[in-house]
Design a protein around this ligand. Structure first.
Ligand SMILES: Nc1ncnc2c1ncn2[C@@H]1O[C@H](COP(=O)(O)OP(=O)(O)OP(=O)(O)O)[C@@H](O)[C@H]1O
Length: 304
């Protein structure tokens, strides 16, 4: 049985002892996160997440369902003062709960993040070339000229072939799509084991979104990086990911392979999300379905 088979088995039954005899990439059990401004209401609670190496996993759900909070907890980006509790929270077998909490959050080694807003993620003052070479020099301990060569190589890999101009440009001199490609180069040039992409396409139009997802898949595969993508767009996730984790009001309500979730969705919220995807046929109907058509009244009012 391969690790991916075991992961599939674990997705169906996380308590299956045969499922995970190898070390999973991410293992989270009974995670809850509470922000200091709402001490009586955890933002997420009772979260289990199991991810095998090599998988592309999508976290989907409506705004405020806790996707980013879960991703940030795994990445180690939650600031001091946020209460993080779990029975288990490991990355490649390393206990993330044992890490020191510092005033400036420490990124979990081996994990890179790609944020939705490249403009605020990039340093506005320094040229792109300097931002890439400083990162490469810090992480790979290479000479200045080797780092510049690597930086140019990475810009070409993300489709920025005019690398001389891009190296000298500041973020505001590039288009949104180009900035997002620069962010991809920064996120992957250190060969992380896991890329967490938080709404990587939400600032892009539909055709650019698809192109960006194609690029993310191609590059993560070539680098050997697993992907955890946070998205509102379940349709895009079904196309590009292996597994879909559905979050609703701070809880994981469904975790299924993308290939079968459409036929096999068990939670009414998942069924509602899937039914709300517009199709060529649905544009001719008077009224598109909404989540209220699928959610029992008892669930609509519930929260963690
Ligand atoms: N820094 C914060 N301080 C207090 N509450 C927060 C903070 N960040 C998030 N929350 C709350 O935690 C809950 C989950 O938010 P989170 O951003 O994780 O959801 P999300 O599903 O990623 O939403 P979105 O898709 O809009 O980014 C929400 O109720 C939100 O208001």
């Amino acid at each position: 049985m391969t690790l991916v088979d075991r992961a599939d088995r674990a997705l169906l039954d996380p308590t299956d002892p045969v499922a995970l005899t190898d070390v999973p990439l991410v293992e989270v059990r009974d995670l809850s996160v509470t922000y200091p401004s709402t001490p009586d209401t955890p933002a997420i609670a009772g979260i289990d997440l199991l991810m095998a190496p090599g998988r592309r996993v999508a976290l989907v759900g409506e705004s405020g369902s806790g996707k980013t909070t879960l991703a940030m907890a795994v990445a180690g980006f939650l600031p001091v003062g946020v209460d993080v509790r779990a029975a288990t929270m490991q990355f490649r077998g390393i206990d993330l709960l044992a890490r020191k909490v510092t005033r400036i959050p420490q990124r979990t080694p081996g994990i890179s993040m790609l944020f939705q807003d490249a403009m605020t993620s990039l340093d506005p003052v320094f040229p792109i070339g300097k931002q890439l070479t400083s990162l490469l020099r810090t992480t790979s301990k290479v000479s200045r000229s080797a780092a510049r060569d690597l930086a140019r190589e990475w810009l070409a890999r993300v489709g920025l072939t005019d690398s001389k101009r891009v190296m000298n440009a500041r973020p505001y001199e590039l288009s949104g799509g180009m900035r997002q490609r620069v962010m991809m180069a920064l996120a992957l040039c250190t060969s992380p084991q896991l890329l967490i992409a938080d709404e990587p396409t939400s600032a892009l139009d539909a055709s650019l979104s698809r192109g960006m997802m194609d690029l993310i898949v191609e590059l993560t595969e070539s680098v050997g990086t697993s992907l955890l993508v946070v998205s509102h767009d379940i349709n895009l996730c079904l196309e590009f990911c292996d597994d879909v984790v559905v979050m609703y009001r701070g809880e994981v309500v469904e975790h299924r392979p993308a290939a079968t979730i459409a036929a096999d969705a068990r939670h009414p919220y998942t069924r509602g999300l899937l039914a709300c995807i517009p199709t060529l046929e649905s544009v001719t109907t008077d009224r598109l379905p909404t989540l209220d058509d699928f959610m029992p009244a008892t669930l609509v009012g519930s929260s963690v």
